[in-house]
Design a protein around this ligand. Sequence first.
Ligand SMILES: Cc1cc2nc3c(=O)[nH]c(=O)nc-3n(C[C@H](O)[C@H](O)[C@H](O)COP(=O)(O)O)c2cc1C
Length: 440
Amino acid sequence: MRKMHLGSLSHGVGGHVAGWRMPGAETEKERFEKVAQAVKTAERGKFDFVFFADAVNTGADAAPGFIVRFEPLTLLGALSVATSRIGLVATVSTTYSEPYNVARAFASLDHLSGGRIGWNVVTGSSPDAAANFSREKHPPHAERYAMAEEYIQVVKGLWDSWEDDAAVADKATGVFMDASKLHVLNHAGTYYTVKGPLNASRPPQGYPVIFQAGASDRGLELAGATAEVVFASQWFKEDAIAFCNRLRDQAEAAGRPRDAIRILLGVSTIIGETREEAQDIIARLGAMVDPVAAMRVLSDRLGADMSQFDIDGPVPDLPPSTMMQGHARVLQAVARRFNLTIRQLRDYAAVSSGHRVLAGTARDVADDLQDWFESGACDGFAIMTPFSPQPFERFVDQVVPILQQRGLYRSDYAGTTLREHLLLPRPAHPATRKAVSSAA
Ligand SMILES: Cc1cc2nc3c(=O)[nH]c(=O)nc-3n(C[C@H](O)[C@H](O)[C@H](O)COP(=O)(O)O)c2cc1C
């Protein structure tokens, strides 16, 4: 029986802009023990992975979960030794980093963790980041994707610097590394010139797992060609099914199998002992929302300053976002479908940064996840909670056992690497691939 995949989307103090104000909610973003505790909860729930979102700019008016946070690769290093089975995934922007550094960091992390690392490739949506990287301007959307495409090619080339069995360390002959298994990249492209080789052995997974979350036409094209896991934000089941079909078509067009990509939908879960309690949690959270912070979340998601419009008027038609086209499209569809004002849409966005909100009892949540999964709307879910740690503990202690009883979800890890959890093949080194095809 096909099993669903679950990842945890960590927002530290929570995905709801006012989540941190709830009694007992975590308020410290930079206490390792707290982060590790949440990751161990996910590992107890046999989650495929935990994911740390990131950006390279901030401000006092950002959503509380985003103002300050651990640099995610540093965090993954610490978590690699504090956990043993769960996959560890972090965002790094291709627009604001160098492929050599990033290939090296991810290779080291994959070694440190025994093959449990994933990289969420983003092109960076906020123009404010440019000022932190000696750039005059944020590259346009299409150019960011062109850069990302070449960047991924370079990083994979660097990971392939050494064949898997290049390390010999033969004390008798004095051969340390087999030089015939060294492949110098010598990449010279439109945006990057990188000679190589990388000073890291090939990662245990071949390549750490490539995640992506862009949903624009260009984002889907890149994902179809290179992503192994795609995060998506979808509010309606039929749209999610269409999204999956489109992405699988893109994968096929890029010469990959239709099932090459695991598609996981972001869902914010609010679980009560009763449905009334779940609604009460939403109402209590809603009463504490800072309207400025919530409007900023909505503006970022829609790619336009929404405070310039009448807050009790309809959501206007906006030009295509240059920030996050996928989120903008989905939220505008929600506004149209439910005939929402800007204030109402802002309040939705405050709950989950724009992801679908699933509120009810543990059984309601399990039923909904099962229904979407069995309808072909996804391969699994990226679970968010409005605050930390109690709502996520509730998910693991109450929803996971129901999914396990129904045979929809693993009761223990079968493999040791993130690729094995996700049932993704380990990419062979290109030299081996060539040898196999020329022998055939
Ligand atoms: C579940 C999920 C997680 C995301 N995490 C990040 C992140 O950590 N950092 C980031 O800059 N963008 C993040 N995004 C945004 C996308 O990666 C992407 O950059 C954005 O949607 C713009 O691409 P698009 O215009 O192709 O949709 C996330 C999106 C989703 C759905």
